[in-house]
Write a protein that binds this ligand. Structure first.
Ligand SMILES: [Zn+2]
Length: 154
């Protein structure tokens, strides 16, 4: 879903939720958009930070690991949930092929990288819940995946 800030002809500002930018355009064209305050169909989009909400958000990997892959034809016409799934699996693949598996050393290694005692590089590995929470408490950017990466590699 995408949230747009909208403005009616008499100046009421409100939010509209749409499946996509095209969805907004088509609703506007068919005059299905209405100001909730005065009912005016004279509605325009006002510039604002577009917030995308893909529902169940995949965990965000640390920035240096992977940028979100670009939209591809396989995503055309899919609902946001399906797209989130595709993006998620692409990110996972990216992580697996580009990161170094440090296994159970993960918490120690992540900490070293964070405190610049080891070369900065993408790593993956295992951490217990306690270790994960400690890393998060220290402000170290880690992402948790429901599927242990090693399972997917084998
Ligand atoms: Zn209005």
């Amino acid at each position: 879903m995408i949230v747009f800030d909208l403005l009616c002809a008499t100046g009421h500002r409100f939010e509209g939720w749409f499946g996509s930018a095209d969805d907004f355009a088509s609703q506007k064209k068919r005059r299905l958009l209405e100001c909730p305050t005065c009912g005016s169909a004279e509605v325009k989009r006002v510039p604002s930070a577009v917030r995308a909400n893909l529902g169940a958000q995949p965990p965000q990997p640390p920035k240096q690991l992977a940028a979100a892959p670009a939209k591809t034809p396989e995503m055309e016409g899919k609902d946001p949930f399906a797209i989130a799934q595709i993006l998620y699996s692409k990110m996972l693949d990216e992580l697996l092929t580009k990161s170094e598996d440090v296994g159970k050393q993960f918490p120690a290694e992540a900490r070293k990288i964070f405190y610049e005692q080891a070369p900065a590089r993408p790593i993956r590995g295992q951490a217990t819940n306690e270790e994960h929470d400690e890393l998060v408490d220290e402000g170290i950017p880690v992402a948790r995946f429901p599927v242990p990466p090693s399972d997917k590699l084998n």
